[in-house]
Design a binder for this molecule. Structure first.
Ligand SMILES: *Cc1c(COP(=O)(O)O)cnc(C)c1O
Length: 377
């Protein structure tokens, strides 16, 4: 059964016999790889995506990670980038040309939205954000110049879902490339390629690595699409991952299933507690089968002073951005009000507090939330 989950995580892509039978793949911390003969060099340079020559393109440690990520997503191939934003930008730049339009779900990750609204207009590429997640919402938004549709289901602040399979089918009929940001669900919960999506992107920084010590991005797709991205933006923009970070990510990936299992179980306990608490007005989370450890909450009081009191009182939750690591976090949106990246009106509701549940004992987290909420009533 060579493609079951534990085979992928423990064995796939690892060449132990070529590495002194090391159980753990070595970090190939080398910028380039040399050849014995001109003929061999010529042969390998014929396919730089498959052969390590220069680490911006391919590296044996990164290659192990690529094989595992492609198999997890059910894709023919994968590329690993130095960030999730780098992966998404490379996919978009490879797909569109001057005069094209990108249709993107409203509420997509902030820097995805900014790529479309700030950078692409300078290259003559238009965009449109779509409210709603139904096929009809997207059918109404696409036009003759639509070249690409970007989905993020669930989204990572309000956890809105889109009809991924339906929209992918619509796009395929019109010759439009689809990309789905699958950072939230991970391939353990949703495999967009099996739903007809062309390209799957990840912030590897979140659940895939899961230890808050690497910033990385992933792009999965058909061999043909991945080769096109590789020859184009991947090699020219050069947002490759370092061998050391790839090695850390291989290590993080080994425990993805048990990390998510623990996180999902804890999150159910915490959502039940918060849902019943008189100081909590509203919870935003995906439906249970898709719910991992990231959700948002709104307090009954929308007074910023109360949000600050609650967040400042937490002792076990760290206050910062990002999510998907072993440690629990809160991110109050009201902290963004003076950020240079904050766009009033377009941006998120100020009363929202985003919570990422880590691997701590759930009753420790509940007790911490309890004592912080008690200050409000
Ligand atoms: C963090 C994030 C990204 C960007 O990933 P980086 O690794 O931070 O560049 C993209 N999409 C989603 C949903 C994210 O949460």
């Amino acid at each position: 059964m060579p493609d079951d989950l534990s085979w992928i995580l423990n064995h796939l892509g690892e060449k132990r016999d070529a590495d002194n039978n090391a159980v753990i793949p070595p970090i190939h911390q080398s910028a380039m790889f040399c050849f014995e003969t001109v003929a061999e060099m010529r042969r390998q340079l014929g396919d730089e995506l498959a052969n390590p020559f220069y680490t911006r393109g391919n590296n044996p440690t990164v290659e192990v990670l690529r094989r595992k990520l492609a198999a997890l997503e059910g894709a023919e191939d994968a590329l690993v980038f130095s960030s999730g934003s780098g992966a998404i930008a490379a996919a978009v730049v490879d797909t569109v040309s001057q005069g094209d339009e990108v249709v993107c779900v409203a509420g997509a990750y902030g820097w995805t939205a900014k790529l479309l609204s700030k950078l692409l207009p300078r290259l003559g590429v238009a965009h449109r954000f779509v409210q709603g997640g139904q096929v009809a919402d997207f059918a109404a938004a696409i036009g003759p110049h639509t070249r690409m549709i970007i989905l993020e289901s669930p989204s990572s602040l309000l956890f809105e879902l889109q009809d991924v399979a339906g929209i992918a089918l619509l796009a395929r009929e019109r010759g439009i490339t689809t990309l789905c940001d699958n950072s939230y669900a991970t391939p353990l919960i949703q495999r967009p390629i099996e739903m007809g999506v062309d390209l799957v992107a990840h912030s590897g920084t979140k659940y895939l690595n899961g230890h808050s010590d690497v910033v990385a991005g992933v792009l999965c797709g058909s061999a043909e699409r991945i080769r096109s991205v590789f020859r184009g933006p991947f090699m020219t923009l050069g947002a490759c991952i370092s061998p050391h970070d790839a090695w850390l990510m291989i290590r993080g990936l080994r425990t993805l299933p048990i990390r998510l299992e623990r996180t999902r179980a804890s999150t159910r306990v915490i959502l039940d507690f918060l849902g019943a608490h008189p100081a909590v007005a509203k919870l935003h989370a995906p439906p249970k089968p898709m719910c991992n450890g990231l959700f948002s909450m709104e307090l009954k009081s929308d007074d910023i002073a109360d949000i600050e009191l609650f967040c400042d009182s937490l002792e076990r939750f760290l206050m910062t951005c990002s999510w998907g690591g072993h440690e629990s976090l809160v991110f109050p949106m009201c902290a963004l009000s003076e950020s240079e990246n904050y766009v009033p009106g377009r941006d998120r509701p100020m009363g929202l507090i985003r919570v990422s549940i880590g691997l701590e004992e759930p009753d420790v987290l509940v007790a911490d939330l309890e004592q912080a909420l008690r200050k409000l009533v």
